[in-house]
Ligand binder design. Sequence first.
Ligand SMILES: Nc1ncnc2c1ncn2[C@@H]1O[C@H](COP(=O)(O)OP(=O)(O)OP(=O)(O)O)[C@@H](O)[C@H]1O
Ligand SMILES: [Mg+2]
Length: 316
Amino acid sequence: MRCAGPAIECRAVTRRFGARTALHALDLDVEAGEIVGLLGPNGSGKTTTLRILATLLRPDSGTARILSWDVAAEPMQVRRLIGVMPERPSLYDRHPVEDNVRFWAEVHQVRDPGAAVARALEFAGVADRARDPAGSLSKGLKQRVALARAIVHRPPVLLLDEPSSGLDPSAAASMEGLIRDLAREGTTILLNTHRLAEAERLCDRVAILREGHLLQVGTPQQVRAALLGHIVEVEFAGLVDLPVRRAVESFPAVREVWWSPSAVRCRLSDAGRDTPELVARLVRAGAAIVAVRPAGDLERAYLELMSQPVPGSLAA
Ligand SMILES: Nc1ncnc2c1ncn2[C@@H]1O[C@H](COP(=O)(O)OP(=O)(O)OP(=O)(O)O)[C@@H](O)[C@H]1O
Ligand SMILES: [Mg+2]
């Protein structure tokens, strides 16, 4: 395997469909073992990005690489290294679940396809449905089969297009757990999602697209901080007393402070750096802390970003 450099690399990747530009010079790296979430409204270019990386679409310009292999120039090498869960599961409905997965094991020339299929179905929690026609499964179970199919050859890189779309809350949580387990085993994962709370829990970093432009990329905390400021909320078990007030107000990193009877919101110079010291000062002052959380979540940050004009849209 060729390597060095990020597991997934996009450099100025542009893709047009007729007069419409679906992706404008996308630059994005995903490091080995990372989970990165592509977020953005409908039609913002998420699926286009994954399809380019999956060698299903060619970029008009720019380069995209998977483990250093160029997706346009070396698609066969890339296909061996990736597992893809497309927007729709697209299973052979009349064929048993296990045959759907086995077909892909054979395409990938997996050494012991029987064992690989059994392992993948077991991992995805559909081993008990192995003999059922794929078309007889519910949507959530089909998604699991699509995941089993994507991982049957144990690819180092997974491209997942809305893996939890249409799943009920517990099925979505279980899909989230499966994805986390794969990342723990060292798989690099780029996924598309509209579930912002899920992205916030699951992704090491998120990248937000809009109209084909990459607007933000960073850890969920960085994106929140960039868009909502470095505000943290601390909740106390009882009423705030004077030593606690002093502990907060004497901390130079606190730029602004808003008190309520048993909580405080602080704008810090840098929430990532200053929150531990804030908490330490509060504990020293005798505060009984029940929760410390960033003010606003990724969803609020996302909505804030969507309310701003799209860069480059005036020039277009
Ligand atoms: N095969 C195609 N032919 C023409 N236009 C296309 C094609 N595929 C995508 N597009 C256009 O490219 C843009 C980006 O589409 P894409 O499917 O990447 O969006 P998305 O971010 O995945 O959206 P969604 O959240 O709805 O899945 C859209 O304007 C879409 O209509
Ligand atoms: Mg899509």
